[in-house]
Write a protein that binds this ligand. Sequence first.
Ligand SMILES: [Zn+2]
Ligand SMILES: [Zn+2]
Ligand SMILES: [Zn+2]
Ligand SMILES: [Zn+2]
Ligand SMILES: [Zn+2]
Length: 253
Amino acid sequence: MAPNKFETTAILTSRVNDGILLHDVYLCPICQNILWKPVACKTCENSFCSKCITSWLSKGRGLCPFKCTYRERKCPSILLSLLSKLEVDCRYKSNGCSKIMYYELLEEHEDECQYQMKQCKGCEQSILLKDLVNHEDECGMVDVICYKCQTIYKQKEMKYHDQIKCLENAMERKMSDALKQQQKMFDERLRLLEENYKKKSQYERIESNYSNKNNNNSSIHSLEQNSTIQAKYATIRGSKRRNTVFNPNIFYN
Ligand SMILES: [Zn+2]
Ligand SMILES: [Zn+2]
Ligand SMILES: [Zn+2]
Ligand SMILES: [Zn+2]
Ligand SMILES: [Zn+2]
């Protein structure tokens, strides 16, 4: 079975000088490796790697591996002091690192050990950290950017990027920048037009509502006017009728 990430980063007892003589007190009861960043159970006083006990408890077990209710406390300082004096091989020994150091300096060294594997950002091959800079300088798959024309291309295509190509790219870039700028201005104008159009039709709607209302009012007015006119007309007709009764000829007869 392939070891999981934690197992591969664990401090196997074989990495400790005189590891065979190691007392149990140095070992994590869960993973059986050298305690790493240990914490202890307040009840039974046993110490565990903090990763191991966290994963143990997360699997639904509320109890410590020694069957007591787990309550965490700091690892006893005497144990930390014992651990700090262990002499340990670098975890990258198999890659060629010959460094042996005190347990307490392990993390600092391994973080920057030149014998760890890192991925090339071009071809994605795993390369020893000490060789990575040289490799990436020459790896054809690494992206490079031309500072003149801002084109990004693979390092292996560098030879095709001569002065003419560079000039072409620079011109293309300028043209496409100008086009983009124009497009942006066009979009902005279109947006303004649409906005104006919306405002205008909104205004027209309000205006037509308003004049409809007025028209209704004026027809009410004309109705009123009609009845007044009819009334007036009726009076005049009345007086006319009276006029016909009144005969002015009587003065001349
Ligand atoms: Zn452990
Ligand atoms: Zn316990
Ligand atoms: Zn190393
Ligand atoms: Zn590469
Ligand atoms: Zn260029």
